[in-house]
Ligand binder design. Structure first.
Ligand SMILES: Cc1ncc(COP(=O)(O)O)c(C=O)c1O
Length: 461
């Protein structure tokens, strides 16, 4: 054995102790760390011929890389839609590495059964039906991809072909209808061979991102019985708008389509009685995407994919080999997801749900929503900023009152980031350059909102 490796084995508790102390320090200082750090060049480090051992590698990391890491796990990182990691989820994540299970089949470990337990909990949390079976994937992009792959197979079934067997050319044109699809839908359609061009944008309700259901019905009617995919949105990324899922689902009695719902973070509205109406009808979806590294506040990477048609999922993702085992009526994850070998992503989710339960996670969701409203109110009262949409859930979408050009919006984003006090991301909403502040971290408080608001006011002035 390499001598450095042998020494690390002998002193493993010390190495892990050192990492634990360092990580605890990072987390206790997270609110004071610069929220975003601009990129800067470093001299390249040649591949070490002889290593330096784990303890020295920790020192080197602390010196060379840690100062450049953002405070994205902290309370004022409001860019994209970014969750932190609850204490229990970090514990679960560390144990995921320590046990290093390959959550691929039930042949040798209870790991897959643990994943199933979490999946039952999540199904209940999001108000889905027992027919919705789920699998862990790396993020909402992958969850959308899996959902759309199953949808593609369903369309094939309607037309009497199997895409999994015969390829996408057997299908012909496959229209994908949506009001305000997330960019990951475009990516997934490209990967799946359906093409980015297969999206047919359905007009939205005036001044909103929610699809106009009558226009959707008209587009479906125009397909003249050809099966299609409808991607409904439960929480758009700019203004957190929600399609009327019930009304869309009801159209299935008239037109043949697969209903996929992208509920990447909007699905968490189900945890709050005040907001659960936004996702009414989610249980009627054929496939559902929910991200966990966003609002469940588990470490990257983690999301779930639910579907009612596990048989079609197996048709697409089966990885049948004598040594891996064939898919059964109760298939292992190796037959359900794009990956074969995979990390036990379920464990951090299991830990946080076991530690804080439905009540604890509801509190995070409701607090974040209240904080988003608070920032929205403060922005409305500022002379140089204006809201572009009502704060429906956890994202504030706003812009400069005068001349909101890309340059001026980017300058505000930059000033906020350079202040070290916060991080927001720019966007374009209905043609207007804008900013988004997304609340999904478990640590954020009213004091953080006050600080961000002050920095924003100064930047906009
Ligand atoms: C609605 C929606 N769908 C999909 C995604 C993609 O998520 P991920 O980056 O986890 O793949 C996002 C990310 O913000 C999102 O907001």
């Amino acid at each position: 054995m390499d001598p450095k490796l042998a020494k690390d084995l002998d002193t493993l508790p010390d190495l892990l102790d050192g990492v634990q102390r360092y990580a605890a320090q990072v987390l206790s200082d997270i609110a004071d760390r610069p929220v975003a750090t601009p990129p800067h060049e470093r001299d390249p480090m040649p591949l070490p011929a002889d290593g330096i051992g784990g303890a020295a590698a920790l020192e080197l990391f602390c010196d060379r890389w840690a100062p450049g890491f953002s405070g994205s796990a902290g309370p004022r990182y409001l860019g994209f839609v970014t969750g932190g990691s609850t204490p229990a989820s970090i514990a679960g994540d560390w144990l995921t590495s320590a046990f290093d299970q390959n959550a691929v089949s039930r042949a040798d470990s209870a790991a897959v059964d643990l994943e199933r337990e979490v999946m039952d909990w999540l199904r209940e949390l999001f108000g889905l039906t027992p027919e919705h079976r789920g699998v862990f994937v790396s993020g909402a992009t992958m969850s959308n991809l899996v959902g759309l792959a199953i949808a593609r197979e369903w369309v094939g079934e309607q037309l009497g072909v199997s895409v999994a067997q015969d390829g996408v050319a057997a299908l012909g044109e496959l229209p994908v209808l949506s009001g305000s699809p997330h960019s990951s839908i475009h990516k997934a359609l490209s990967v799946l061979g359906l093409g980015r061009g297969s999206i047919r944008f359905v007009p939205t309700v005036a001044d909103r991102e929610a699809v106009d259901v009558d226009r959707l019905a008209a587009e479906l009617a125009a397909l003249d019985g050809r099966p299609a995919i409808v991607v409904a949105n439960a929480g758009t990324v700019n203004t957190v708008d929600f399609d009327d899922l019930r009304a869309i689902a009801a159209l299935r009695s008239r037109y043949p389509f697969w209903l996929h719902v992208d509920a990447a973070f909007g699905g968490f509205a189900a945890l709050s009685p005040e907001h659960a109406h936004l996702v009414a009808g989610l249980a009627e979806a054929d496939s559902v995407c929910v991200d966990l590294h966003k609002w469940l506040n588990v470490p990257y990477d983690s999301a779930v994919q639910f579907t009612r048609r596990r048989d079609l999922q197996v048709r697409v993702f089966q990885n049948a080999a004598a040594y891996l085992g064939m898919p059964t009526a109760d298939p292992d994850p190796v037959h359900l997801a794009p990956e074969s070998s995979r990390r036990l992503r379920a464990l951090p989710a299991w830990f946080t749900l076991a530690a804080y339960g439905r009540r604890g996670h509801r509190e995070i969701v409701e607090r974040d929503v209240a904080l988003a409203r608070e920032l929205g109110d403060r922005i409305s009262a500022m002379p140089h900023l204006r809201l572009l949409a009502p704060v429906r859930l956890n994202v504030v979408c706003f812009t400069l009152r005068d001349n909101p050009s890309h340059e001026r919006v980017d300058a505000v984003v930059r000033l906020v980031a350079e202040s070290g006090a916060g991080f927001l991301t720019p966007t374009v909403y209905k043609g207007t350059p804008a900013l988004r502040a997304a609340f999904s971290n478990w640590r954020t408080t009213s004091a953080d909102v006050a600080r961000i608001a002050e920095v924003l006011r100064a930047a906009a002035d």
